[in-house]
Design a protein around this ligand. Structure first.
Ligand SMILES: [Zn+2]
Length: 286
């Protein structure tokens, strides 16, 4: 699945020769490679065709992580880079858009593609998680087993301890989701972010900081699979209704009911994701 890039990049990179030679390196980093000779050699990738753009992203990301590419480095011209890696320019462009969308590279108007200054560790982390395309079924089951334990408890504790403000922010998430679905302005990415924020808000409503950080880590692990499953028509709205059941139980201060509603939600989402991984349409008609 193609990663989204900010709109407008497509034309920028295509139309103005953003990847042509002769540009000067971005300022700001004392570590930038200053000449082509010190750039790492890009080698051909032997990889399955369907996930090529993701593999290129992972590869360049790895070069940044290992320090072979540094902030301020300008990547070779698109044609040259594509040739070095043995990939098409189209798929290379997609990969660069993804990297740019996550802030790891900058597509500078007419100058080229630069490794972003201070490529934030957070950006790197987000990208890694988003790119976790090879999530296997056993890994997913493991994750959901933990999520049921943690988030079941989180829902119950939230029912017992959430402040009115915290409940209001859960409600606000539901309202935002409903508005998005009603306007039709929703896709897997938007729905995924909304879902992640709901679960984060729920963790916050436990007023247990350890719970909040554990949940943040788990929710991130699921980013890619969530986005895919939420791109299934009907999945996001279904999640929204299940979230509402959790919130209603919390409002009624009914801990066991909140836990049950959360478990129902997680079981249903797990089924969707497993079906997505298996290449089915992901929705249970029940
Ligand atoms: Zn959810």
């Amino acid at each position: 699945m193609r990663q989204k890039a900010p709109s407008g990049d497509e034309s920028r990179i295509k139309d103005n020769g953003a990847l042509t030679d002769g540009a000067t390196p971005a300022d700001g980093s004392p570590h930038a490679h200053t000449d082509a000779a010190s750039m790492p050699a890009f080698h051909p990738l032997d990889i399955p065709q369907q996930s090529l753009d993701k593999r290129i992203v992972a590869y360049i990301q790895q070069l940044i992580e290992s320090g072979e590419l540094r902030a301020g480095d300008r990547l070779p011209a698109e044609r040259e880079l594509a040739a070095q890696m043995g990939v098409s320019r189209t798929v290379l462009r997609e990969a660069l858009h993804t990297l740019a969308a996550y802030g790891l590279v900058e597509l500078q108007h007419g100058r080229g593609v630069f490794i972003a200054a201070g490529s934030a560790q957070a950006a790197m982390q987000r990208l890694t998680l988003a790119m976790t395309t090879n999530v296997t079924e056993p890994q997913m089951r493991d994750l959901f087993e933990i999520r049921r334990t943690l988030e079941g408890a989180a829902a119950e504790w939230a029912a017992e301890r959430a402040t009115p403000e915290q409940i209001a922010s859960l409600r606000a998430n539901l309202a935002e989701g409903l508005a998005l679905y009603q306007s039709g302005q929703i896709d897997g990415g938007v729905a995924g972010a909304l879902d992640a924020r709901f679960h984060a808000a729920l963790a916050a409503a436990t007023n247990n900081r350890a719970m909040m950080s554990l949940m943040a880590a788990l929710v991130d692990e699921l980013a890619f699979a969530r986005e895919q499953s939420l791109a299934i028509p009907g999945r996001g709205l279904r999640s929204l209704h299940q979230h509402e059941a959790v919130v209603m139980a919390i409002e009624e201060r009914d801990g066991p009911a909140a836990r049950r509603a959360m478990l129902e939600h997680l079981n249903d989402v797990e089924r969707s994701i497993l079906k997505t991984l298996a290449g089915e349409d992901g929705l249970d008609e029940s």
